[in-house]
Write a protein that binds this ligand. Structure first.
Ligand code: ZN
Length: 243
């Protein structure tokens, strides 16, 4: 089965549509949470996920828009947009976000927004944190988002467990071997690795071939829509730098 794996759309419809066009035909699309927050088009992005995404889990910004987390945990800009997003979301889209679970396990793959240990909040950035989350899922692979940085964590489970963090090369398919892996597709709507292009990955669950992809989108249009909605200037500016 060929699966498009997306994460952290963050209400950025221009980026989401560019990813969809680039993805082409896939059997399923899986989304790793944070459909909303930061960006100007929460309803259109939730509509997209409801109609085209097969599996989706909740992220911290989805919960923030539902009032399920303390907004004091967010910076001032994110708090402001969480309140705005909640005001914008239609009842059916709020209901849909309410239905999202914290993790999903399918075949040999665990899906979590942050980490299998703490799905809503934990950031998997460093190999030590990755090692500490290993006992919280039993599948061979995990897919996570939340950091907005595409990465492959390759885990060695010999006598002493260790982990490499590998930076993927976009557009170059590779086949994963027998090692345990945690894959982060990066962010569709707010990349933070210094590259403004939307990030996602394609995974073939039978051949175990993976391809990370980057897609340019109309950043100026998203910024224009954010300005129109009165969203914070810092969030508008960061999209063109990818930070
Ligand atoms: Zn996010």
């Amino acid at each position: 089965m060929r699966v498009g794996v997306i994460s952290d759309i963050h209400s950025n419809l221009q980026a989401l549509e560019a990813v969809q066009a680039d993805m082409g035909t896939v059997d399923q699309v899986w989304c790793l949470g944070d459909v909303v927050g930061y960006g100007p088009d929460p309803n259109a992005c939730v509509d997209f996920v409801r109609q085209r995404v097969t599996l989706c889990i909740a992220g911290n910004h989805d919960w923030a828009s539902l009032g399920k987390v303390d907004l004091a945990l967010f910076n001032a800009d994110a708090q402001r947009v969480a309140v705005w997003t909640r005001e914008q979301l239609l009842p059916e889209n709020l209901t849909f976000l309410e239905t999202l679970g914290e993790t999903i396990t399918i075949d040999d793959i665990c899906l979590a927004h942050g980490s299998p240990r703490d799905p809503i909040w934990e950031y998997l950035i460093y190999p030590t944190t990755v090692i500490n989350t290993l006992s919280f899922f039993s599948t061979h692979y995990a897919l996570v988002g939340h950091t907005h940085i595409p990465v492959i964590f390759r885990i060695y489970t010999g006598r002493k467990r260790s982990c490499d963090a590998l930076r993927p090369s976009p557009g170059i398919p590779f086949t994963i071997g027998g090692e345990r892996l945690i894959l982060n597709p990066g962010s569709v709507g707010q990349p933070r690795d210094g590259i403004p292009d939307a990030s996602y990955l394609i995974l073939d669950t039978e051949t175990h071939e993976i391809e990370y992809r980057r897609v340019a989108y109309d950043v100026q249009e998203t910024q224009r829509r954010m300005r129109e909605a009165g969203l914070p200037a810092r969030l508008i500016a960061r999209l063109e730098h990818g930070w």
